[in-house]
Design a protein around this ligand. Structure first.
Ligand code: J2J
Length: 541
């Protein structure tokens, strides 16, 4: 049994292998290698726990064996939702070893997101945490069983009974002889989450070959080694802290990942000092908070060598303050869960580092910057980003209609970003055409929230648009047409009750008699954004 996905054309796959980009090894390769070569080196620090590579590999294998004994394996999928704890990687590695493809939901996701993923992948396994409101009791699990009739196993971090305790499954040795049975390297290893711009969150099939290449090449670009101590402060399942080069890059290089529950500066500074962390990946609002807090804690940050920033636009003026205030190098990272990742290089001069979002990982990344007619624009001109390459996906999971819109006939993926290409292939992100709000790196698909609002019987029209925000870069504003009785607190409560993640709730509501429309009758969001820009000083609610 294999999971369906859109493969690369044969001649491209051949080329990627010939060039040594695809090495036909599983994504677990890095950890397995280190466990063999340097079993006692510390791979992971989580609170008071330290896991060596041997321990990481052994416990992941233990869980994989138990899952295999339970009849789970190739062709199966898992829905996983864990906070930033060691178990996140143990489970991820175990599922890869057992050939089960996970979807790693963010810990901030709620019923709506989890149900949408469950509907799409029909998981046979759910791994979650009792500490999450959704799994504090079994109501939502029953709902997941209803949505995915083949669901046959549930493992919960913090469960009191042995049958469902994740901790128990990670330790209990399986009785049967067991052999690693990862999916084929050119098949789906797991699903990444798309930031999305459509009503339902889309899933991105990633193969071992393509993802592992991006991880190895990223580790190289960022100079990772056995000495690296990386702080994972962003949600562990997100593509950035997982693969750019993230935890998987660190495991590849034999370094150590230190888990932080979140990017809050004081907690992170303590971890940096205690564990001599030298590298961290952050989104722009977190960097701003670190810059504010750092002057009081300069001593704690002495070991920090590299701060990566990505996920959303980072102002040049803020970028310039990073080395000065935090005493480390800055690296800009412009990536996407769909594939393409750009980095400023460690030896780039300051201007490139402060004013661009880097250049692609690979000589085989084919990046085009095109106008509305699909014609490439000159360097320095603004155009749409289109890309294909050895680690950029070829299609969302089971989404033929959406794929038809975002891929061209040559297999180039249109990310919805507006960019400028500078000499040397460096990119600047200057805007976007996708209908998405980028709230400090957290992506909100406008249509998803508009659809929820339109379910409300008192709302006749809804449009969600981005408004500028000094800390978050962007926040969201919902423009509504409907009953005069509508009030923001009740609307937020209504959305919460629908089970949507908190970060997707509109930061502001505006009530209008009618929404402006374009010449062809579509809601004129440009007009709404202009209205916001001219009234940013008015009180929000
Ligand atoms: C402006 N916009 C950016 C940047 C991403 C590394 C880093 C980030 C992501 C990520 C990632 C940006 N400046 N530096 O997966 O591996 C916006 C773009 C892009 C979208 C992708 C990685 N870096 N963006 O953010 O899948 O709009 O991945 O298309 O969450 O974030 O979002 P996501």
């Amino acid at each position: 049994m294999t999971l369906p996905f859109t493969p690369w054309p044969d001649e491209m796959a051949r080329h990627y292998r010939q060039q040594g980009y695809w090495i036909d090894a599983p994504l677990t390769r890095g950890v397995a290698y280190q466990a063999h070569e340097r079993p006692d080196a510390i791979a992971l620090i989580c609170g008071e726990r330290q896991l060596s590579y041997a321990e990481l590999d052994r416990r992941a294998a233990c869980l994989a064996a138990n899952l295999t004994a339970r009849g789970l394996g190739k062709g199966d999928t898992a829905l996983v939702q864990l906070p930033n704890v060691a178990e996140f990687y143990l489970v991820f590695l175990a599922l890869l070893k057992a050939g089960i493809a996970p979807v790693n939901a963010l810990f901030s996701h709620r019923q709506l997101e989890l149900s949408a993923y469950a509907r799409q992948v029909q998981p046979r396994l759910v791994v979650a945490a009792r500490q999450h409101e959704l799994f504090a009791n079994d109501d939502f699990l029953s709902e997941l069983h209803r949505l995915s009739p083949h669901l046959s196993a549930t493992l919960l971090l913090g469960a009191s009974d042995r049958e469902t305790s994740l901790e128990h499954w990670l330790e209990a040795p399986s009785e049967t002889g067991w052999q690693e049975s990862h999916t084929a390297p050119d098949e789906v290893a797991f699903f990444q989450l798309s930031g999305g711009s459509t009503g339902t969150p889309k899933l991105i099939p990633r193969t071992h070959n393509d993802y592992d290449y991006s991880v190895r090449a990223s580790a190289d670009i960022c100079g990772l080694s056995t000495e690296t101590r990386f702080l994972c402060a962003l949600p562990a399942g997100h593509n950035f802290p997982m693969s750019s080069p993230g935890a998987l890059g660190v495991f590849h290089a034999g370094g150590c990942v230190v888990m932080a529950p979140n990017p809050e500066p004081l907690g992170c500074f303590e971890l940096i000092e205690r564990h001599a962390v030298d590298m961290v990946a952050l989104v722009p609002p977190a960097v701003a908070l670190w810059l504010q807090a750092a002057p009081m804690h300069a001593k704690a940050l002495r070991s920090l060598r590299l701060l990566q920033v990505g996920g959303a636009s980072f102002a040049e003026a803020t970028a310039r303050r990073v080395p000065e205030v935090l005493g480390c190098r800055l690296q800009q990272v412009f990536g996407m869960a769909e594939g393409l990742v750009n980095y400023t290089r460690l030896d780039d001069d300051d201007d490139l580092v402060f004013t661009t979002q880097g250049r692609p990982i690979s000589p085989a990344d084919e990046v085009r910057v095109v106008d509305e007619q699909g014609v490439e624009v000159d360097d320095g001109e603004t155009g749409m980003l289109a890309v294909r390459g050895p680690y950029t996906f070829r299609g969302y999971y089971n989404s033929p209609e959406h794929n038809a819109q975002v891929f061209d006939a040559d297999g180039f993926y249109y990310s919805g970003d507006l960019v400028q290409r500078m000499p040397g292939g460096y990119l600047r992100v200057v805007g976007r055409i996708k209908d998405q709000i980028n709230r400090g790196g957290e992506k909100i698909a406008a249509e998803e929230i508009e659809n929820l609002l339109l379910r409300h019987s008192d709302i006749t029209h809804a449009a969600l648009v981005a408004m500028q925000d000094p800390l978050m870069g962007e926040k969201s504003c919902a423009f509504l047409v409907g009953s005069a009785e509508l009030r923001p607190p009740a609307l937020r409560q209504y959305l919460r009750a629908q089970g949507v993640a908190e970060y997707k709730l509109p930061d502001r509501f505006r009530f209008l008699d009618a929404l402006p429309v374009t010449a062809i009758g579509k809601i004129d969001k440009q007009q709404l954004r202009k209205q916001l820009a001219s009234t940013t000083t008015s009180p929000s609610h």
